[in-house]
Ligand binder design. Structure first.
Ligand code: CP
Length: 304
């Protein structure tokens, strides 16, 4: 069973193969022309809001000749207490794959344990691997390579940062995760990192870490679930805002990434997100291309 749950669970050559297939599909429409997912269906299960993940997966399935069905907690029995395990077993009787967006990584693992079809992580409280595959695709198509780039994360050490750290380890990318001391990436991820030989990931509590960055990344300061601490978080994170002064410290060729939705005027200014260094809409488009390749891999149509 090929689940796509986290980037550290796939071998680097499998991740590279998925990125190559995504680029081939984006450039040549290789798999769309073949209607490679004809006859396949995907359930998209949402316990949390989404714009990009929902529509990019639906568009990906449709363009590859397959079908998708959306299930959200507000209108399904999930919202009335039906278990993830039962949902997994039922959906597996209807569809060929399940994507889950949930507030608990343990629920994703439970879905994978009980499903008899591949399960894809569409964001949990711990990680967001589909997003980072799109980010990697964006960096690769812009710069032509991954491992030679210096990537600097500025802000909260959240689920997106965690998947970026896993990607940096897989591809040997130099990465600095610059966060306030109170918002470092979780300790279990730091422990995991300590056991990875030869990685080039480091941590900072100083926004000046942006110096020399080729890729500057920000994310919302108040993620879904963090709303109660909103005001305090904004104050703590203010020095980490990506504005023009911040981008001026990065390398001349630096690009800006943000997974969106953005809170303009908080983690990033209009000048940067709408400016010439911003790749955020290419990045959003690449969600669809990257996820096409993830689906092809999950369904055994690419890779060994
Ligand atoms: N970046 C991202 O996952 O967007 P959505 O929350 O809109 O799906």
């Amino acid at each position: 069973m090929r689940h796509f749950l986290d980037l550290d669970l796939l071998k680097p050559d499998e991740l590279a193969l998925i990125l190559d297939a995504a680029l081939d599909e984006k450039t040549n429409h290789k798999f769309s022309k073949q209607a490679a997912l004809s006859g396949k269906s995907l359930a998209l299960v949402f316990e949390k809001n989404s714009t990009r993940t929902r529509i990019s997966f639906q568009a990906a399935m449709q363009q590859l000749g397959g079908q998708s069905f959306v299930l959200d907690a507000g209108t399904s029995q999930l919202g009335r207490g039906e278990t993830i395990a039962d949902t997994a077993r039922v959906l597996s009787r209807y569809v060929d794959g399940i994507m889950l967006r949930t507030d608990g990584h343990d629920k994703l693992e439970e879905m994978a344990r009980y499903a008899s079809v591949p399960v894809i992580n569409g964001l949990t409280d711990k990680s967001h691997p589909c997003q980072i595959m799109a980010d990697l695709l964006t960096v690769k198509e812009h710069f032509g390579d991954l491992s030679k780039r210096r990537v600097v994360w500025l802000g909260d050490g959240n689920n997106v940062a965690v998947s970026w750290v896993q990607a940096a380890v897989a591809f040997g990318i130099e990465m600095v995760v610059s966060t306030p001391d109170s918002m470092q990436i979780p300790s279990d991820v730091q422990d995991w990192l300590a056991n990875q030989g030869g990685h080039r990931v480091s941590f900072s509590n100083d926004p000046a870490a942006v110096a020399g960055a080729d890729v500057v990344i920000a994310d919302t300061w108040v993620s879904m679930g963090d709303e109660a601490e909103g005001e305090q978080r904004l104050a703590t994170l203010e020095p980490f805002q990506v504005n023009q002064a911040c981008m001026a410290k990065a390398s001349e060729q630096a690009v800006f990434l943000h997974c969106l939705p953005a809170h303009r005027g908080e983690e990033v200014t209009d000048e940067v997100i709408d400016g010439p260094q911003s790749l955020v809409f290419d990045e959003a488009e690449n969600r669809m291309h990257a996820q096409k390749a993830i689906l092809l891999w999950c369904f055994g149509l690419i890779g060994g």
